[in-house]
Design a protein around this ligand. Structure first.
Ligand code: BTN
Length: 329
């Protein structure tokens, strides 16, 4: 589907807005207000379903999106975060891919999408991105010079996002090294940092953040690992998840603050908070890299690498080189 179809004035935009209230809308009325035949309306509904939207159809009642849609409010985000350029798009391949391609500018750039058609995760995996269900956003940040501890940036961002989600009411989430956000062993969110190699003075990173907010099992479709949502996490803690725009505001604000603090002070101010969220320290782990071995995680070093006591003594492993499985003790 072309992104224009969902943008303001696009042929699917008004139908989506009508269905966003969660009420039943008769097919006849919808067709009339859209100025199309019933058959053409049914085709438009099918196209919206391609976005992984759960649109119910019932004889005598018409169509509805159960629970309605909680769409992102770009104007509210821009007003709340004046220090960055904020853009919300309905549909894109990947917010990371788009920002990586854009030219470097001084001000931080934040791009959010209601849906990604080719969301990317770490290690080349896809990232499920159904329409208006979760949070998909990227931040482009320009460091004036190369930060000496750039390898620790994934951990810094992990702490920032975990703290923001906790502020939103999440119960007992933690970080699986280097920066998987988990609750009770289930994935709540992930971070993908990409860097465009520009030899020379400055360094630009694109920080991609995906957080599961209220996805259904059908929308989760092909996810091949246990997952959870912020809504479930908040409910377990007796809290109600704030609207998506508010979750986005908290995440973006924390991430921008943390990027600035990291630029000025490095990793040191984040070490204690990382330890607070660290789910791996002291756990039995299996490290999959060029070779595979079992050991015990001992925490992180000053470069953000994981220290592991393995069969041949202590080793440090880097996030880019290995994947990690925490074994049941
Ligand atoms: C992971 O595999 O844990 C990282 C997932 C990162 C997903 C986010 S969603 C927004 C941004 N755009 C992408 O294509 N990926 C990141």
């Amino acid at each position: 589907m072309k992104p224009d179809a969902l943008a303001e004035g696009g042929e699917l935009a008004s139908l989506l807005t009508r269905l966003a209230d969660g009420e039943w809308h008769s097919g006849e009325r919808l067709a009339e207000s859209e100025g199309v035949t019933r058959a053409a309306l049914a085709k438009r509904v099918e196209r919206l379903r391609e976005l992984d939207l759960d649109i119910e159809a019932r004889h005598g009642l018409g169509y509805r999106i159960d629970g309605g849609l909680d769409r992102l409010d770009a104007a509210a985000l821009s007003a709340a975060i004046p220090q960055a350029d904020i853009e919300v798009v309905p549909l894109i391949d990947s917010t990371n891919a788009a920002l990586v391609e854009r030219p470097t500018v001084q001000r931080p750039q934040v791009l959010l999408a209601e849906r990604q058609s080719a969301g990317r995760g770490r290690r080349g995996r896809p990232w499920a991105s159904p329409f208006a269900a979760n949070l998909y956003l990227s931040v482009a940040w320009r460091f004036p010079s190369w930060p000496p501890q750039l390898t620790t940036l994934p951990l810094v961002i992990g702490v920032a996002v975990a703290a923001a989600l906790q502020d939103c009411g999440a119960g007992s989430l933690g970080i699986k090294w280097p920066n998987d956000l988990l609750e009770a062993g289930r994935k709540l969110g992930g971070i993908l940092i990409e860097q465009r190699g520009e030899a020379g003075e400055h360094c630009r990173v694109v920080v991609g953040i995906g957080v599961n907010l209220r996805m259904t099992a059908r929308q989760a479709g092909s996810i091949d690992q246990p997952w959870t949502t912020l809504e479930q996490s908040c409910a377990a803690a007796g809290a109600i998840m704030p609207p998506r725009t508010e979750v986005a505001r908290r995440v973006i604000s924390r991430v921008l603050e943390s990027l600035m603090q990291f630029q000025l002070e490095g990793f040191e101010p984040f070490i204690d908070d990382y330890a607070r969220f660290d789910l791996v320290r002291g756990q039995p782990v299996t490290v999959h890299g060029s070779e595979r071995f079992d050991g015990t995680a001992l925490g992180i070093d000053t470069h953000g690498a994981l220290r592991v006591r393995g069969p041949d003594g202590e080793v440090t492993v880097n996030a880019g080189d290995v994947s990690l499985r925490v074994r049941q003790p």
